[in-house]
Design a protein around this ligand. Structure first.
Ligand SMILES: [Zn+2]
Length: 416
């Protein structure tokens, strides 16, 4: 008896579900950032007691909805008959769909995706992060002489870099490109340059690399370029560009946004709208700041780039920029030029050395022999005494100190 009753009950529920009741009654929030783990809640009825082969789909760049394979790859946090929670993937603003058993149901509401943080994998979220690439805390962009030697363009680039440094915490600095290299990623240099062969207005090229230690594979951006088409009628000033001119600072917001993990959005008013000149972006490119949504997405990416625990292949996290207006890294250079004697003594040394750093300075100390082999490594804080390894032969060694104030090197003579 009990068995039959249960079957009947199941049957009724099944019919009721499929014939009368599937619908999406709400989505929350209605504005969201894709790709950074924000939770989207979809309420309604008839979603089924568990997800099974059902999935959610979103509108995407290219004007299509994501397919079943993509939808099955999203990170669903919960799925009940009346509520679905999932991590918001990269998407374009539009209505959303829930697919159940071959049918799909569309929301009445439009979900506005204000920014997208691009990822390598949606579940679990995996990114190509930034690292302490220049061993001064972050990334040094080398600016082509055509730009560096033109005060108006140099100012525009410096202002944009400062905007990103101060609003997102990214540790980007700029220096002149003093040695000519071809404009390709194989040179291993981050370069900002004009390019006469570019088919688009601006472009961000990225070269990622990975490092495997044990079970973990770490992905990071190794080299990037920012290229700008020389065929454009560029306007380098602030505010609204003259009719027909392309605003360099705005295009750089877009391309540098890509370099910081952002993908496109179809939201009017955002720097990551796919087209960067003429309409519709002429309607909002007069602003000389990045948007709140862009700040939120990039800050998250910078936080991940500063706090990862992976160590291997010489990779260390990006460090905080200590003075966001120090676009040219001048404070870093001052630190590395300061009197060498003041931070390590005695020299010559026999059994130990003392490091004199500022009280809050954290640093990585390494000692190298004349053959370029690392013979000692230690993480240090403030004033510390380090015992030198007993097996080191007398002679000259190189000390390297990498801290949030820059890189310092000096020769140390060991005499016992
Ligand atoms: Zn773009």
């Amino acid at each position: 008896m009990l068995h039959i009753k249960k079957l009947l009950f199941t049957g009724i529920s099944f019919c009721g579900g499929f014939i009368f009741a599937q619908q999406i009654s709400g989505i929350s929030p209605k504005q969201i950032i894709g790709g950074k783990g924000e939770v989207l809640t979809i309420t309604g009825s008839g979603f089924g007691a568990s997800r099974g082969s059902s999935y959610v789909s979103f509108f995407r760049e290219g004007n299509t909805y994501t397919d079943a394979a993509t939808g099955n790859g999203f990170n669903y946090l919960s799925w009940t008959n009346t509520e679905i929670k999932l991590e918001m993937p990269v998407a374009f603003s539009n209505k959303i769909k829930v697919h159940i058993g071959g049918a799909n149901y569309t929301s009445t509401d439009t979900l506005k995706v204000k920014a997208n943080l691009g990822y390598r994998q949606a579940n679990p979220l995996l990114y190509d992060l930034l690292t302490d690439n220049n061993k001064k805390g972050g990334v040094t962009w080398l600016v082509h002489p055509v730009y560096w030697n033109n005060p108006e363009i140099k100012q525009a680039i410096a202002d944009v870099v400062q905007e990103f440094r101060c609003k997102t915490g990214v540790n980007y600095i700029i220096e002149p490109l003093t040695q000519w290299v071809p404009l390709n990623l194989g040179q291993g240099k981050h370069i900002i340059a004009p390019d006469s062969s570019l088919a688009v207005v601006g472009f961000n090229d990225r070269l990622w690399a990975s490092c495997i230690v044990g079970a973990e594979t770490f992905y990071h951006n190794q080299t990037q370029l920012l290229r700008f088409n020389t065929q454009q009628n560029w306007y380098y000033g602030k505010g609204q560009p003259p009719a027909g001119a392309a605003k360099f600072r705005y295009v750089m917001f877009h391309e540098m946004g890509h370099s910081l993990g952002l993908g496109h959005v179809n939201e009017l008013g955002e720097s990551m709208y796919p087209t960067v000149t003429l309409l519709p972006s002429d309607n909002w490119c007069k602003r000389d700041t990045i948007t709140i949504s862009e700040q939120r997405a990039i800050k998250h990416y910078i936080s991940l780039s500063q706090n990862f625990t992976f160590r291997g292949c010489g990779i260390t996290p990006m460090k905080p920029n200590m003075d966001c207006k120090d676009v040219f890294g001048q404070n870093l250079r001052t630190a590395s030029l300061e009197n060498e004697e003041s931070w390590l003594f005695p020299n010559p040394a026999s059994t130990s050395v003392q490091l004199k750093l500022s009280a809050i300075e954290q640093a990585e100390f390494s000692l190298w022999d004349t053959r370029g082999q690392k013979v000692m490594y230690s993480q240090v804080n403030g004033l510390e005494t380090l015992t030198l390894p007993q097996n080191l032969a007398d002679g000259i060694y190189l000390v390297k100190l990498v801290s949030n104030n820059g890189i310092k090197t000096m020769r140390l003579l060991i005499q016992r």
